[in-house]
Design a protein around this ligand. Structure first.
Ligand code: GLY
Ligand code: MN
Ligand code: MN
Length: 441
């Protein structure tokens, strides 16, 4: 089976990263012999007995596609990794772990009833690193505090999560295929004058999904709501007056996420908004094609700002000298106030966006682009989003109505476009050895 072969290759690759990490860091930082990764502990709302929807720790899911609390993976160089599958006897909840041979065959599997029983199976060394949120559990087992989430190791592992294996790319492709079907259904629901809630449910229904299956809270905004970047509600009001839909929604395949945004305008809407919509789509595709190994991702972000300014000038929302207006991107930031994308993988905003190297040297975003979540040089194997936007956000625009900068803005046109909210087009891109591949289209 092709999937089993891909997964075996993936585990070989991850094993190599872990072996290299222990070897290198044991010399340079401190001796570490083994790594125990804990998937996490199920939380309960304060003062309640209701569980918070659980999401396993990404580094656990890098090995095992099981989204369950208290599962553990033990890594020791030169040994088959051990999966401690904790299945408590419980008549309140179904604790069964669905195990499939394509991934399970890669592990030594030890079934336990309680997480604490793992102590009987740990190697005979004190230098075991614990990776996971519940460091109290680690301390209770006697694992040394100085090796809880050992920083050098976490940096190293985060850095390499950025480059995906063939298995991971296929899962990301599948998460995209599912989400594209959802987006088609959502578009139809919009065209049929559905409410935000109808559109959201149409997206979920296309894949028979529950909300807890989503990689993030769907953003489903009609009209002005499209200008709220992470708009979180879903109104019940019918969309019979609606003109624009912005939907940012994704799916998950074996814990790998897609993150896709589409914007639609109904026929008969403002012609300038229609032009901008086409323009952002063309810009997104152009940016996706620019990506090359070695290119700083920040260059794409700068190019997105140039592209947004060009669209604003072409539509005469902005008037004046292009070079002056381009300075510091003050104009384009009013209409495009977020980063152009981020790494994508086991988390929607995947780890490792700010590293210069695998030793934890940081590459934080520059002050002028502090919302940029990816500031690395692009490397083959990376999967990331490209998501330029152009919005009419009153909170950002209003302070400029009387300002010097505001003199270059066409306020009557802006006022006519504010009810249309905004535009974002977001695809998921894999930088393959043969160049960028769009996993969404
Ligand atoms: N869906 C959140 C984002 O696009 O980053
Ligand atoms: Mn998104
Ligand atoms: Mn995104």
């Amino acid at each position: 089976m092709e999937k089993a072969r891909r997964f075996a290759d993936h585990v070989r690759h991850v094993t190599q990263i872990y072996e290299n990490a222990l070897e290198t860091l044991s010399q340079e930082a401190q001796p570490m012999d083994a790594i125990l990764i804990h998937s996490g502990t199920e939380g309960i709302y304060f003062g309640d007995d209701r569980h918070i929807s659980f999401q396993a720790f990404g580094h656990f899911n890098h090995w095992i596609p099981v989204n369950r609390p208290d599962q553990m993976l033990l890594f020791q160089p030169g040994k088959k990794p051990t999966y401690f599958q904790v299945v408590p006897p419980d008549f309140w909840y179904d604790q069964t772990v669905v195990q499939e041979a394509w991934w399970a065959d890669q592990y030594e599997i030890i079934r336990l009833e309680k997480p604490q029983e793992v102590m009987d199976h740990l190697p005979n060394t004190r230098r075991i690193v614990f990776l996971g949120e519940n460091t109290k559990f680690a301390a209770d087992m006697g694992l040394p505090a100085y090796l809880h989430n050992e920083k050098n190791l976490v940096n190293y592992l985060d850095y390499y999560r950025g480059m995906k294996t063939e298995y991971e790319v296929e899962e990301l492709r599948e998460a995209n295929r599912m989400a594209v079907a959802g987006h088609k259904a959502a578009e139809q629901a919009f065209l049929n004058f559905g409410s935000e809630r109808d559109i959201h449910l149409a997206f979920l229904n296309a894949n028979h999904m529950l909300e807890t299956d989503s990689p993030y809270t769907n953003i489903v905004g009609l009209d002005r709501h499209a200008a709220i970047l992470h708009y979180q509600y879903k109104q019940r009001a019918k969309g019979d007056q609606s003109r624009v839909l912005l939907i940012d929604a994704g799916c998950v395949s074996n814990r790998y996420c897609s993150d896709i945004t589409r914007t639609y305008m109904r026929k008969g809407g403002h012609a300038v908004f229609g032009e901008l919509l086409k323009g952002v789509d063309v810009l997104e595709l152009k940016l996706a094609e620019m990506v090359k190994e070695g290119m700083p991702y920040r260059q794409l972000h700068e190019a997105a700002h140039d592209g947004v300014l060009d669209l604003l000038l072409a539509s005469e929302i902005v008037k004046g000298n292009r070079d002056e207006l381009a300075e510091n991107q003050r104009i384009s930031k009013l209409f495009f106030p977020h980063g152009v994308g981020h790494l994508l993988g086991l988390q929607v905003h995947d780890v490792g966006g700010f590293f210069k190297d695998d030793h934890g040297a940081l590459a934080p975003p520059p002050e002028e682009h502090r919302f940029l979540r990816l500031n690395r040089e692009m490397k083959n194997g990376m999967v990331f989003t490209i998501e330029p936007g152009l919005y009419f956000i009153p909170m950002l625009l209003d302070p400029e109505r009387e300002s010097e900068l505001g003199k270059s803005l066409n306020w009557s046109l802006i006022d006519a476009l504010i009810p249309y909210g905004g535009i974002r087009i977001e695809d998921n891109i894999w930088l393959s050895e043969n160049g960028p591949v769009n996993l969404t289209r």
